[in-house]
Design a protein around this ligand. Structure first.
Ligand SMILES: Nc1ncnc2c1ncn2[C@@H]1O[C@H](COP(=O)(O)OP(=O)(O)O)[C@@H](O)[C@H]1O
Ligand SMILES: [Mg+2]
Length: 490
């Protein structure tokens, strides 16, 4: 994410921004579709439901009314013996009236299924055999609604007066045009209401979708401002909790990137400075030899020894830097295996014995139990060596260094205590930083690159462990290291 010049760049700017814009566009589309569906579907269902319910109700009312009329007429027909003598004015008038009122047709059929009266006068004398007619002859009134041809057909039995015998039936078919007309009016009104609702909901959907995505657009353009280098942070978009969280999270990431970038810059400048110091000393030494005439051999020897020391120092710094850079790649090159930590510590102390003896510092190892752990032996040795070496280096003559090893079911603990010069409280927070040394001139005298603790800390963190320092200036220092017994892959 960072360019070489140190400027912050967020992944391929154009792509990111057009991707965000596309996402916002589709979000807006989905919001509109959802609002439309949520409003229109129930509307449409209600509309069709009302039409259907009205139709069913109207048909059943009309059927009941005609059935009533038929029953009344059938009773009259029986009392006037109409099936035998069709000249009754009263009945004929009743039949005509019914025909006119309901815009229909009435037929009287005798027990031989012969049509003896047809108000349309079309089928008189013909025989009718239909399911409804036959069923009615057995005494059951029937009705039937033909939706396609817009009529209702009703049959009603004519019972001989004084007995239960069915002498004939009345078959009436009436038009449902009035129902159809009402349905048409209802449906066209419904359509107008539905259409108006559609327009209103559409307008509302656009409005709501715009209100929803506006803060997102604002964030997107704020991010664009940052990625194009016009702004250092995005303005807080407070409209929704989510947008506020996005802007805060983005600003936090930006701040982190900035910190990383700053520390990288500082590291680069520190490295240049540290590498230039031995070179500058060598230059001064070499120049003074070159510019003097008749330099005695002893001086040559002395200066060349100094130059060799500076070369060693330069070499140390470069080696430590390489170690650090390798560790910065993090877990990729960690090489864990089961290691006997007790043996590892014994070996470390054995290697450092000569430096300790030089200062007459007593180094003691205390192992509370045998510990086997899944670690990278090389890296862990490097870390602990640095701690023990510091404990010896920053110690008084005739001092002591105490190294202890303990473990529980999850971690092992290494403690390195010394009776040395201690670290002032204000420096304790910085000693793990690269090139940080408490007392530059003194440390330089002692030797060291200021990278040892940074390397140690990196090595411990690579093992998902932790390292802490406790120190009292002038009295001594204790470093504690805690590392999981089993390596945890993230
Ligand atoms: N055990 C210790 N006692 C006192 N000071 C210490 C101790 N360990 C580290 N320090 C301080 O922390 C600084 C950083 O240590 P380190 O990173 O190992 O660098 P150096 O190369 O100087 O040893 C040292 O320069 C020293 O000032
Ligand atoms: Mg050191």
């Amino acid at each position: 994410m960072c360019t070489r010049s140190g400027e912050l760049v967020i992944i391929s700017r154009g792509k990111l921004h057009s991707k965000i814009k596309d996402k916002i566009k589709s979000l807006r589309f989905y919001v509109i579709v959802m609002i439309m569906c949520a409003a229109i579907l129930p509307g449409a269902v209600a509309y069709f439901g009302v039409i259907k319910a009205y139709e069913a109700r109207a048909v059943s009312l009309q059927t009941a009314e005609i059935q009533n009329q038929c029953t009344i007429l059938c009773d009259q027909l029986a009392s006037y013996h109409y099936l035998e003598e069709r000249s009754s004015e009263v009945i004929n008038a009743g039949l005509t009236q019914m025909t006119n009122i309901y815009n229909g047709r009435v037929m009287i059929i005798n027990s031989d299924l012969e049509v003896i009266k047809d108000t349309y006068a079309l089928d008189e004398g013909k025989t009718i055999v239909s399911e409804n007619v036959v069923r009615c002859m057995q005494g059951t009134s029937t009705n039937y609604y033909d939706k396609e041809n817009h009529y209702i057909e009703v049959t009603s039995p004519i019972t001989e007066s004084g007995s239960d015998k069915i002498a004939g039936i009345m078959l009436a078919s009436v038009s449902t045009d009035t129902i159809e007309d009402s349905l048409e009016i209802l449906s066209s009104r419904g359509k107008v209401i539905l259409g108006t609702m559609l327009m209103l909901v559409l307008a509302l959907a656009f409005l709501v979708a715009d209100l929803l995505v506006r803060p997102l657009h604002k964030i997107a353009s704020e991010i664009e401002g940052v990625t194009e280098g016009y702004a250092d942070e995005v303005a807080r978009v407070d409209r929704f909790t989510e947008t506020r969280q996005i802007s805060d999270a983005f600003n936090k990431t930006l701040a982190r990137l900035k910190r990383i970038d700053d520390s990288r810059e500082e590291f680069v400048s520190n490295v240049s400075h540290e590498l230039k110091t031995p070179l500058a000393s060598m230059k001064v030494l070499a120049d003074s030899l070159v510019t003097q005439e008749n330099v005695p051999v002893e001086l040559y020897q002395e200066f060349m020894e100094d130059i060799a020391k500076e070369i060693d120092r330069e070499n140390d710094i470069i080696m430590d830097l390489l170690t650090l850079v390798k560790m910065d790649k993090r877990s990729q090159d960690i090489n864990v295996r089961q290691v006997q930590v007790n043996e590892m510590l014994e070996l470390i102390l054995k290697r450092l014995k000569p430096i300790a003896e030089k200062k007459n510092v007593e180094v003691v190892l205390e192992s509370f139990r045998p510990v086997t752990a899944e670690i990278d032996e090389v890296k862990m040795t490097l870390a602990i060596s640095n701690l023990v070496e510091n404990a010896i280096k920053y110690n008084h003559a005739d001092g002591w260094v105490h190294v202890s090893l303990n473990a529980d079911h999850k971690f092992f603990y290494i403690k390195v205590s010394d009776s040395g010069i201690g670290i002032p409280e204000e420096d304790q927070a910085h000693i793990f930083e690269r090139f940080y040394r408490v007392d530059k001139s003194h440390s330089r005298e002692i030797g060291g690159t200021g990278l040892g603790l940074a390397i140690a800390r990196n090595a411990v963190i690579m093992h998902r462990g932790s390292i802490k320092v406790y120190s009292t200036h002038g009295e001594g220092t204790t470093f504690t290291v805690r590392v999981p017994l089993i390596y945890v892959t993230s």
